[in-house]
Write a protein that binds this ligand. Structure first.
Ligand code: GLC
Length: 439
């Protein structure tokens, strides 16, 4: 459905024509490349386009092209990870050769493994340079189906200047956040900014809401939807309390429109100076600090609040990997480009230019990286111990599990149903889905 909408909007046909949306370095289109052309081949990579992603991907790819003489086409992908998965699944299900390299979400290796090549031989032992948990996440049935490109974790952004102005501290708990947000929102509105809001986040019914809601639930010690033994744990009073609280923000400290916000909508409000707090990923830091940002040098970053005194600071683990399609005509070359883009040099460049979180521990000791991103050092533990979504235990069913979760949460936030019955129903649905086994 989403895919068709996407295609209709762009006025293009399916599969090979999707490349018409791409910015091409080459005049030759990939499907007219001679099959024996590994000496001067054309590859296609699908990279994200949120924030500075596209620009950074292009520079990395250009460097590899200059080094090797091969051409690379960049295929843009939808900003929403949910729409993107639908698109990639359609392309892969059709055995499309139009995309050689896919940028895949940390939650997808189990879903897409069968259509991706094993990169072990191409990694040549460099696997040990990366965070072991991230590598393990990309190894499905012993096959290394992707290399971690950048990591991510949910963070709290706050307006340092406004907290100082009102003598408030960075909130430790959600109650504190709510009180501070309410107070500053009211005062700033009275002082002449009617568009000021207390807190913006990702409330649209999509994967981003799963990330935010998992943080709320986990911060109240309400578990991670499904536990490591594949038991559904979401139907519990702490989870219900967390969701009830979040629902109370909508229309009070968060605009009603938050129910349709993704990452970029939240950033738009915060970066234009109209929110006190924002939940977002690290990429938003470099943009908030950019030369034309109205909030430049007025922003701080902290761990997300705890769910009460006995709660914890929870951050959902995000991040993206690079993988090679098993339908690629040039798997060896594509793997070489993947290894180049995920190498320490490229990851350092991306961290310096746009705050992309490295997947290589050694880079967290690098003084240049720490200077450009002061919060990397401060929040190292948050980033490294971020909470994984239950994609490994749910296997191929993860997207179905997550969509049930985000829809249930969205209903609670929109006031359609109280949290407790919504979670009871959700738990029943999830048990039914998981009964089908991992694959
Ligand atoms: C970010 C994260 C990704 C997550 C997505 C949800 O892109 O890196 O893991 O699924 O946000 O919107």
């Amino acid at each position: 459905m989403t895919l068709f909408r996407l295609i209709r909007i762009r006025g293009i046909g399916f599969s090979r024509n999707i490349l018409l949306t791409a910015t091409c370095m080459a005049i030759t289109l990939p499907w007219s490349t001679p099959t024996v052309a590994d000496q001067s081949a054309t590859l296609a990579i699908s990279c994200g386009a949120v924030g500075k992603e596209y620009e950074l991907c292009r520079t990395g790819v250009d460097t590899w092209s200059r080094k090797t003489g091969h051409r690379v086409t960049i295929v843009t992908a939808p900003g929403s990870t949910t729409e993107r998965l639908a698109l990639y699944q359609q392309l892969l299900a059709a055995g499309s050769q139009d995309v050689d390299i896919f940028q895949i979400d940390v939650i997808w290796p189990g879903i897409l493994a069968n259509q991706l090549i094993d990169l072990t031989a191409y990694a040549k032992g460099t696997e040990q340079d990366y965070f072991p948990a991230m590598m393990a996440n990309n190894r499905i049935d012993g096959r290394l189906v992707a290399i971690p490109w950048f990591s991510s974790a949910g963070l709290l952004y706050y307006r340092r200047d406004l907290l100082e102005k009102y003598g408030e501290r960075v909130p430790e708990t959600w109650t504190e956040l709510q009180t501070t947000a309410q107070r500053i929102q009211q005062a700033e509105r009275a002082a002449g900014n009617p568009r000021m809001w207390g807190f913006v986040w990702q409330g649209r019914a999509y994967e981003g809401l799963t990330c935010d809601a998992l943080e709320w639930v986990a911060s109240y010690n309400g578990g991670a939807i499904i536990d490591a033994r594949r038991e559904v744990t979401i139907d519990n009073p702490r989870a219900a309390a967390a969701l009830t609280r979040a629902a109370s923000w909508v229309g009070a400290i968060s605009p009603l429109g938050v129910l349709n916000y993704g990452e970029e909508e939240a950033r738009g409000v915060f970066q234009s100076g109209n929110a006190v707090f924002m939940r977002n990923w690290p990429y938003a830091w470099a943009l908030a600090q950019s030369d034309d940002s109205p909030v430049r040098d007025r922003v701080g970053v902290a761990s997300l609040p705890r769910g009460g005194e006995d709660g914890v600071h929870a951050a959902t683990l995000g991040g993206w990997q690079l993988a090679v399609s098993r339908y690629s005509r040039h798997p060896g070359l594509a793997a070489d480009l993947v290894m180049f883009l995920t190498s320490p040099g490229e990851q350092k460049r991306r961290a310096l230019e746009a705050a992309y979180i490295p997947t290589i521990p050694a880079l967290y000791q690098d003084p240049d990286v720490l200077r450009a991103n002061p919060f990397f050092g401060q929040l190292y533990a948050t980033i490294v111990h971020a909470l994984p979504r239950p994609s490994a235990v749910a296997g191929v069913h993860y997207n179905r599990v997550s969509s049930r979760f985000w829809n249930a949460v969205h209903g609670v936030l929109a006031g359609k149903q109280p949290a407790q019955p919504a979670l009871e129903q959700l738990a029943r649905d999830l048990k039914r889905i998981l009964r089908r086994g991992r694959r």
